[in-house]
Design a protein. Structure first.
Length: 121
């Protein structure tokens, strides 16, 4: 099993302030980033589909989140030449690789959140 100490041993500056790892971790683990990525893990989605699946996200925040995840190389945006404009979003190979690792965490949270919240109330 991988340990945080082992990761730090091989890369001592990892996760230090100013390190790119912190920026990327913030993008993928943000409130909306993880939900958008989870939605896209089931396949290609159009804008409206993402808005419905990621309940509560504003148009501005969805646009910002998709732009950030695309700049990180996790999401692919494809604009199709139709009227009206048709834009599709999907995970890149890097994004699929990430979600293979993240989905077990999401599953764990889904199975344990209610019990955990009941203890902290």
């Amino acid at each position: 099993m991988v340990s945080f100490a082992g990761i730090r041993e091989s890369s001592p500056q990892i996760f230090d302030q100013g390190c790119g790892t912190r920026v990327v971790l913030d993008h993928i683990m943000s409130k909306w980033g993880v939900l958008v990525l989870a939605s896209l893990s089931d396949g290609t989605r159009r804008w409206g589909e993402l808005r419905r699946e990621v309940d509560g996200i504003s148009e501005k925040m969805l646009a910002s989140t998709l732009r950030t995840l695309a700049a990180d190389g996790l999401v692919h945006r494809e604009s199709l030449p139709t009227v009206p404009p048709h834009v599709e979003y999907s995970l890149t190979p890097l994004g699929r690789d990430l979600m293979e690792r993240m989905l077990p965490l999401i599953e764990w949270v889904a199975h344990n959140a209610d019990g955990m919240l009941g203890r902290s109330r």
